[in-house]
Design a protein around this ligand. Structure first.
Ligand SMILES: [Fe+2]
Length: 157
């Protein structure tokens, strides 16, 4: 059954498409953060090992919320690595094992990319889609990413 929630079918499908891309981005960032958790080494090993664990745990929760919101708007949620890799706006770096500082730089860049993209998505969702629920939902995710970016930036200054 289609949700009858005061948003047209066309607008619902635009929101679903937008959320699917964000889901792909969050999945790619999640996998990258796990890779860094597994491979970080050096002086601050345990601190960064734990920091990355906290970050991917937070991403895991976000991923679940995004995936379920797609369902709430009447969409089917993608769930294959192939689709995530195709849809994401982030870049993966196969065969690369950066040092501690470069890991944090790469994560910071990804978080900042996501913040910029989600900010644009929020605007589009507000002006074109009239989907206040998704605007509110994405604003909270963007703010959470702003906090994580701030923490990463602190290590790099
Ligand atoms: Fe672990």
């Amino acid at each position: 059954m289609k949700p009858q929630i005061g948003i047209s079918e066309k607008h619902l499908s635009v929101s679903i498409e937008m959320l699917s891309i964000i889901l792909a981005d969050e999945m790619v960032l999640y996998v990258k953060t796990r890779k860094f958790h597994w491979n970080v080494s050096g002086e601050s090993f345990m601190e960064l090992h734990k920091l990355f664990q906290n970050q991917y745990t937070e991403l895991e929760e976000t991923i679940d919320l995004v995936a379920e919101r797609i369902g709430k708007l009447g969409g089917k949620t993608i769930g294959t690595m192939h689709e995530f890799a195709n849809l994401t706006r982030l870049k993966e770096s196969p065969n690369k094992y950066p040092n501690q500082k470069d890991m944090m730089k790469e994560l910071l860049e990804d978080y900042e990319t996501l913040i910029v993209e989600i900010r644009k998505d929020i605007e589009a969702c507000n002006e074109k889609n009239k989907d206040a629920g998704t605007v509110d939902f994405l604003t909270a995710i963007m703010e959470q990413h702003e906090s994580t970016a701030w923490i990463l930036r602190r290590y790099l200054n």
